[in-house]
Structures are given as structure tokens and as C-alpha cells.
Ligand binder design. Structure first.
Ligand code: PBG
Length: 323
């Protein structure tokens, strides 16, 4: 039956009707907030490339996480800024590394908050690559060993979920077996499965001091043009024991999120990355976009595409808007 009997505008007439037939609803419970932790005390230093985000010392991190939790955001994902960088990324898996310290403090102060850690070496290596370099290239299999040590040290310090973002082959299986060998069978793995070599990570590399000093990440992160390969990455991570799979970035890859949703029954996380956030904030600052409307629309599109969880720098603001 078509027009004039059918008129789709009928259900758009009032706010109540629109709300009653809304297919996708955002809630603070959908969000995971990325937080950057550094050494020191009383530090809350604005990150220039990410307006509204900060480098936090552990004490200030606890306060920020407390506020997020109070707003109904169930989880944070931690990124560490070490004091020292070296070839072997020593602080990534040190017992008193910055992320390990942060985890112990958060675990003690906020027992109900879910703690996720980014597992990667790029913030910790002197050259800024996500793994160990051998003959100028990242060596996959040596890197697996260090990633596994890092994941185990995070879990021992209190992480509920470890999230490998390095894109080495076989890392989910390696981390799962390392965790299980330590009796850490309850620690979940959220795999950055389809992680693309994206220009939209630019502001993050500034925030995490992790720009490679030479070369780029295209030898391990995915080619932005490839959808079928993304599905293979997801399939492998599921087979290796991932508990949650991730697509990253989010908005330029909504088709990938949708295809993954149609293929797997695992929960899907999507990472609305630094460049997506910075782009919106820049447009807001220039008076070109209305922040609240634009941010909620972007987040809704990511959920509509099929994501269950959204890692977003808008987490705190969006949680306030939605409460
Ligand atoms: C570490 C990592 C990166 C991001 C998350 N984990 C940077 C990269 O791979 O270059 C990007 C997050 C963002 O842009 O917000 N490997």
C-alpha cells in the first residue's frame, strides 16, 4: 500500500511518537571512556590535540574515573605514558609500570568499574612501533611474547579485560594461553580485530606520544580499502578465543561494523577514534556544528551499524546528555 494511504510522516509528528518508534537508543552503559595516565601527582594536563581530554596522574585518574562511573559509564580503557622508552618496551610489562599502578589504584577505589587496558607496545618502544623491530621490520613472533607478558601483568594488577591493539598475527591465542597458564582464566580479551591503518589516529599519537620515528604502521594494520580481509581478521580472532571483537575507526567503517554484526554473535566494540572526535570538536569550535546533536548522531550511527559498545572521547559528555 502506497501513498496516500501510507504516510510515514504520521509517526514523526510528535516527539513522543518519534521516541516510541525509535529503533536505536543510546545509553551511558554503551560507552567505554579512553583515559591517558602518566607518572606524577596532581597532574591534569590538557591534551592539545584532543580538546577536553587530559593526561592524568594516577590520583587524578581515579577522580576522573569516579565521575565517569557516577554518570553510568561502566568501563574505562587505559593508555599509559611511560617515563622511559626503550627497544624492548620494558615499562609495558613492568610490575610498577604506569598502567599497572593505575590499575591497582582503580581496583582499590572503584571496585564496580570495569577496567580495560590497551595492550600494545607503541607507547613504550623508543621507535614508536607496536612491536619489536628486527632488520627494520616489526617481528611478529617475538612481539607476541612481550604482548603476552603485558596482558598478564595488566590482569595481575586488576584488569578485567585486556585489549590487544597491535595487529600481530596470532596474538589473541598467545595472550589467551599466557593468561590461562597463570590461572587468569576469567580475564576477558577484547580484540582490536579489524584495526585499519588510519589517518584518523593522528591526534591520538600526539596524545600518547607514539608516532613511529620511522616508517608507518601499514605493515601490520589493515588497508582501509579491505572489507573481506576485515572479516577474516574477525574470524581468526574469534577462533583464537576473543570474547569481544572490535572495529576501529568507527564512522568511516560503518559498513565493516555491519558486516561483522551479520557474521558473528560475539559482542562488537567500535572505537570512535581521536580523529573522529577532533574533527567534530574543531567544527564545533569553528561554529560549524552543534556539539550535542552532532555527537549523538555520530554515536547513534555507530550503534545502528551494529556495535554493542562504543569507545568514545565523548563518553562523559554524552552520558550527561543522556541522563
Ligand atoms: C595503539 C593504539 C592506537 C590507538 C589505540 N591504540 C594508535 C595507533 O595504532 O596508531 C588509536 C586511538 C585513537 O586514535 O583514538 N596501537
Amino acid at each position: 500500500m502506497g501513498f496516500p494511504a501510507t504516510r510515514l510522516r504520521r509517526l514523526r509528528r510528535t516527539g513522543t511518537l518519534r521516541s516510541m518508534v525509535r529503533e536505536t537508543r543510546l545509553a551511558p552503559a554503551d560507552f567505554i571512556a579512553p583515559l591517558f595516565v602518566r607518572h606524577g601527582e596532581g597532574v591534569r594536563e590538557p591534551i592539545p590535540s584532543l580538546a577536553g581530554q587530559h593526561h592524568l596522574s594516577v590520583d587524578m585518574l581515579v577522580e576522573e574515573a569516579r565521575e565517569l562511573h557516577g554518570l553510568g559509564v561502566p568501563a574505562v580503557i587505559l593508555f599509559g605514558l611511560p617515563d622511559e622508552k626503550d627497544e624492548a618496551a620494558l615499562e609495558a610489562y613492568a610490575e610498577d609500570g604506569i598502567v599497572q599502578r593505575a590499575l591497582r589504584a582503580l581496583r582499590a577505589e572503584l571496585p564496580g568499574l570495569t577496567l580495560i587496558t590497551d595492550v600494545c607496545l607503541c607507547q613504550y618502544t623508543s621507535h614508536g612501533h607496536c612491536g619489536v623491530l628486527r632488520d627494520g621490520a616489526v617481528d611478529n613472533d617475538i612481539t607476541l611474547e612481550l604482548l603476552s607478558q603485558t596482558a598478564v601483568s595488566h590482569a595481575l594488577a586488576g584488569a578485567d579485560v585486556v585489549a590487544p591493539s597491535d595487529m600481530m598475527d596470532g596474538r589473541v591465542a598467545a595472550i589467551r594461553s599466557a593468561l590461562d597458564d597463570e590461572g587468569l582464566t576469567d580475564t576477558a580479551i577484547m580484540a582490536y580485530s579489524a584495526k585499519f591503518a588510519s589517518a584518523f589516529y593522528g591526534p591520538f599519537r600526539d596524545a600518547a606520544h607514539s608516532t613511529p620515528s620511522e616508517g608507518d604502521r601499514r605493515g601490520y594494520q589493515m588497508d582501509p580499502a579491505n572489507l573481506r580481509e576485515a572479516l577474516r581478521e574477525v574470524e581468526l580472532d574469534v577462533a583464537e578465543g576473543a570474547d569481544v571483537v572490535m572495529v576501529k575507526p568507527a564512522m568511516p567503517y560503518l559498513d565493516v561494523i555491519r558486516r561483522v554484526r551479520d557474521r558473528t554473535d560475539l559482542p562488537i566494540a567500535a572505537y570512535q577514534v581521536s580523529g573522529e572526535y577532533a574533527m567534530l570538536e574543531a567544527a564545533v569550535a569553528a561554529g560549524l556544528l552543534e556539539r550535542r546533536e552532532a555527537a549523538l548522531e555520530a554515536l547513534t550511527s555507530i550503534k545502528r551499524a551494529g556495535a554493542d559498545l562504543i569507545i568514545t572521547y565523548h563518553a562523559s559528555r554524552a552520558a550527561k546528555w543522556l541522563s
